[in-house]
Design a protein around this ligand. Structure first.
Ligand code: ADP
Ligand code: MG
Ligand code: MG
Length: 876
């Protein structure tokens, strides 16, 4: 036989599935001997049954009555007793805390008769009538949906008519009469006088509040499953509204904002709990309670100490003082800011309450990420101009510029404002403090690139109208011209006019190797936990870095090498002309000349990067994107050629470029001529890149360095592609003197590569999963198009909770990762296996890769500390 009801003395905190968080913790406090009013919890099982069948399970109310009688015996007071009535609180509380989202009804048991008993027993008539009117209001709203304003309006007029001490007993009694009329008018029947009927209705209403609109919304945002149901806690009322020696409050065992030790909280005299939330009257800081009621204050502090030692974590509590007697109404492990999470975890280690391993589980990568971004001082911020998608966190202030060249040319900090960005904007994105676009979502070009660089980015701020002339944007009737200051918040997506003051992140500065002072409590805590993560983790962390500056930064952040050095940026900017020459070459001599011109430039890039990463691996990926990405866009060329022809001029090179762009046009360029296919089709291209790497390495060797380059071939689907390219690579390496051993490996980013990994490993010395493309090709999702197209629908309809481009799809894409790792290693025992791509910096994905037994992840420099922490957490 299923049990639906548990007394507080029966439960404990491990049973929050069944009893809900609130019920389990009330039971735990009861077991600890703390002053909790007696009560019992109706299980989430009962709620689920009610929600499924539309009626409460048979026997539920029998069980409720049996447990109620126990309370009555213990308190020697009965529900409905006209002389000395027991009153009840009926409180919601699911497995996960959903603050204020569901319902609670207080003062159950009052009616026209018992109100007199309550008045007589308490000696406070005003209190009794006030409690009765609260019941009618809460019951009316929660059980029957009577709009709160209907009652509030009447209450306000009674308050307005009353003197400075508030309405007296007579006024409140009259208010109760009015409330009953309001109730009857809305509900079509009188306010129920039978206390047991009140209780049963309240229980049903709390069950139903699981599906209240706001509760559903909250669950979806917080990824809490919809089918858990809420427990219901029924307990004896205690009264904080019994005069000046009574009151109610909330408190934390440490400061939840900073983690500073010492109790924090708010107290409200002569009040019931919902008054605190409603903000009707101003609370006082908890320290005041020490003056008002030192005995209760000391007792509260003692209890908070007991709770913190017992839960071994920051706790928050709700309490009520009834005529100088303290009652505990709720506790839980409290929510906190990221800064407090780190500080408290380190303090608890110092206090001997938790181990360093446990401390690692008290913080997470997302919190560390938030600590690394500078933040706006919101108290000093004006109302936002517009709001977009917070795509890459940070707080950036700068003068508005509308194109990449202007960003590069500007001397002060600038914000690059574009409808959307493309690879041509890269120099401007590097030069700017932040990037603001009016189109695109979290996976748009602007967002992905900005995140990779740790650059602040707000995208898809649709209210922005960018003037086609490119010297202003408007929002409504407000015009912002080039050169004006704006501030963008990459966490909230807010765009502010003018300069909002910024508070820099001491954590990021410290992790990047700047002197900050270890005496900063937060910095010291982060250091300590990261050091422990490093000691514990088996997963290596490298960085994706394409420039010497990024390489140096990555190293400062703790990267053990470069897992992905893209070579495409080396083809941009001033070198674009050489690439055009390469593409337009129509005889072998011209092709060789173009490649020869590129060689020394690439070599110089590699020398600097290898120097920054001396002694650790640098995985260089051969050219990956389709070549036409390096040519001007079709529409631009068409216009240029047409203009020249209209003027009767010879379009010259533009005509050749236009022909090339037309020739190279692909319907699905991401599935087209790119990656290894380029190497097979464009003679000499990969050979030139390999020579540049090899010669750079040789030079580093001659300079006394320890270069460790690796050559990585992208987009391989079949071992034969790799075999051909590898032979070419090795032929080049053999011609370069002083070259150190350079391993040759492949990206695994196409399902076929993963499925044939056993064969692939014959030709590859290492694998690196390109999880962006692997996700794209496994799901057949075009990463550049899904955002803003159908991903929102997919998330709303529950196809997936987070985008598979954000967190690795463990069941599908992850299965390919596991399979390829196992089969690759079966062929080649010492195969090194890593991940590059955005997932390498996502904490949940890092946990997956650690579990899959990979050797390393590689992520953008700014995410390196986050990946280190996540890898450490995965290991303990
Ligand atoms: P929430 O989950 O929204 O915090 P609660 O169930 O905690 O809702 O109830 C809200 C408030 O009702 C509490 O903060 C407390 O002040 C008051 N309350 C709850 N139980 C009792 C009780 N037994 N006696 C007096 N007040 C209570
Ligand atoms: Mg509460
Ligand atoms: Mg790729």
């Amino acid at each position: 036989m299923v049990t639906y009801v548990y007394d507080f003395v029966e439960g404990d905190r491990s049973r929050s599935d069944l009893l809900g968080g609130k019920g389990a913790n009330l039971a735990e406090m009861t077991r600890l001997g703390l002053p909790v009013p007696p009560g019992f919890t109706i299980t989430t099982d009962a709620c689920r049954a009610y929600l499924a069948d539309g009626r409460v399970p048979l026997r539920l109310f029998d069980e409720v009555n049996a447990h109620l009688r126990e309370i009555e015996v213990r308190l020697d007071r009965r529900l409905g007793d006209p002389h000395d009535p027991l009153l009840l609180a009926v409180r919601s509380g699911g497995r996960y805390s959903m603050p204020g989202m569901m319902e609670t009804i207080l003062d159950i048991g009052l009616n026209d008769t018992t109100v007199a008993g309550l008045a007589a027993r308490s000696g406070d008539e005003r209190f009794a009538w006030d409690s009765y009117r609260r019941l009618i209001q809460m019951f009316g709203r929660t059980v029957h949906g009577v709009p709160a304003e209907e009652f509030e309006r009447e209450l306000a007029s009674v308050r307005a008519a009353a003197g400075p001490d508030g309405p007296d007993a007579a006024a409140l009694r009259e208010l109760v009469e009015t409330y009953k009329k309001v109730f009857a008018a809305h509900v079509g029947q009188d306010f129920p006088q039978a206390p047991h009927a009140q209780l049963y209705s309240a229980i049903r209403a709390v069950f139903s509040s699981w599906n209240a609109e706001r509760a559903v919304l909250y669950r979806h945002r917080e990824h809490i499953p919809d089918d858990l149901g809420t427990a219901v806690n029924v307990m004896a009322m205690v009264f904080g509204n019994l005069g000046p020696d009574s009151g109610t409050g909330v408190a934390f065992t440490r400061d939840p904002a900073t983690g500073a030790p010492g109790v924090y909280g708010d107290y409200l005299r002569d009040a019931q709990g919902e008054d605190v939330v409603a903000g009707i009257r101003n609370t006082v800081p908890l320290a005041e309670l020490e003056r008002i009621d030192p005995v209760s204050f000391r007792e509260l502090k003692r209890i908070m100490g007991v709770l913190e030692r017992h839960y071994r974590d920051l706790c928050d509590v709700e309490f009520t003082i009834e005529r100088g007697r303290l009652w505990m109404l709720q506790t839980r492990v409290g929510k906190r800011t990221p800064a407090a999470a780190f500080t408290i975890a380190a303090q608890l280690v110092d206090e001997g309450l938790i181990t360093l391993d446990e401390a690692l589980h008290r913080v997470d990568g997302a919190q560390l990420a938030r600590l690394m971004f500078p933040a706006f001082d919101l108290a000093a911020a004006p109302p936002p101009l517009a709001t977009g998608v917070g795509a890459s966190p940070g707080a950036a202030v700068g003068r508005v510029v509308f194109d990449s060249a202007a960003a590069v040319a500007a001397d002060g900090p600038v914000i690059l404002v574009r409808a959307e960005t493309n690879p041509d904007d890269l120099p401007g994105m590097i030069a700017a403090r932040g990037v603001l676009t009016s189109r695109g979502g979290k996976t748009s070009h602007a967002a992905v690139v900005a995140r990779g660089m740790g650059r602040t980015c707000v995208c898809g701020a649709e209210a922005l109208r960018i003037d086609p002339a490119g010297d202003a944007f408007t929002v409504g009737d407000r015009v912002v011209r080039a050169g004006e200051l704006i501030s963008i918040d990459g966490t909230t997506g807010n765009v502010y006019p003018g300069e909002v003051p910024v508070v820099p992140s001491p954590v990021a500065r410290h992790l990047a190797g700047e002197p900050v002072g270890r005496e900063d409590r937060l910095v010291a805590a982060v250091d300590r936990l990261l050091a422990h993560a490093d000691a514990a983790r088996r997963l290596g962390v490298r960085a994706n870095a394409d420039t010497p500056a990024d390489a140096r930064r990555a190293r400062a952040f703790g990267a053990a090498g470069i897992g992905l050095c893209r070579t495409e940026h080396m083809f941009l900017g001033a070198r674009r002309e050489l690439v055009e020459r390469l593409i337009l070459a129509d005889d072998p001599a011209e092709l060789t000349a173009a490649l020869d011109a590129l060689l020394p430039l690439q070599r110089a890039d590699f020398v600097d990067i290898l120097a920054a990463m001396d002694g650790v691996p640098v995985t260089v990926r051969l050219l990956d994107p389709p070549l036409h990405e390096f040519l001007p866009p079709l529409h631009e060329l068409t216009a240029r050629v047409a203009r020249a022809e209209a003027r009767g001029e010879d379009p010259g090179r533009d005509a050749a470029l236009l022909a090339a762009v037309r020739r190279m046009h692909e319907t699905n360029p991401m599935l087209g001529l790119r990656g290894v296919r380029l190497g097979l089709v464009v003679p000499g291209l990969f050979a030139m890149q390999v020579r540049a790497v090899a010669e750079a390495a040789a030079q580093r060797v001659r300079d006394g360095g320890d270069p460790r380059p690796e050559i990585m071939v992208p987009l391989v689907a079949d071992v034969r592609e790799l075999t051909v390219v590898r032979a070419e690579v090795q032929a080049v390496l053999a011609t370069v003197p002083d070259v150190p051993p350079i391993p040759v490996g492949t990206m695994v980013e196409i399902p076929r590569a993963a499925l044939t990994a056993g064969d692939l490993a014959r030709a590859a010395q290492f694998f690196s999963f390109g999880t962006n493309d692997l996700t794209q090709t496994t799901w057949a999702f075009s990463r550049d198009d899904v955002e803003g197209s159908f991903f929102d629908t997919y998330q709303e309809r529950g196809i997936f909770g987070v985008s598979p481009f954000e967190t690795i799809d463990a069941t599908g894409v992850g299965r390919l990762v596991r399979l390829a790792t196992a089969e690759g290693r079966a062929t080649r025992g010492d195969l090194t296996v890593g991940v590059c791509g955005e997932h390498g910096g996502d904490p949940d994905s890092v946990a997956f890769f650690a579990d899959a037994g990979l050797d390393y992840v590689s992520c953008s420099p700014y995410r390196v500390p986050i990946a280190r922490l996540a890898a450490g957490r995965a290991a303990v």
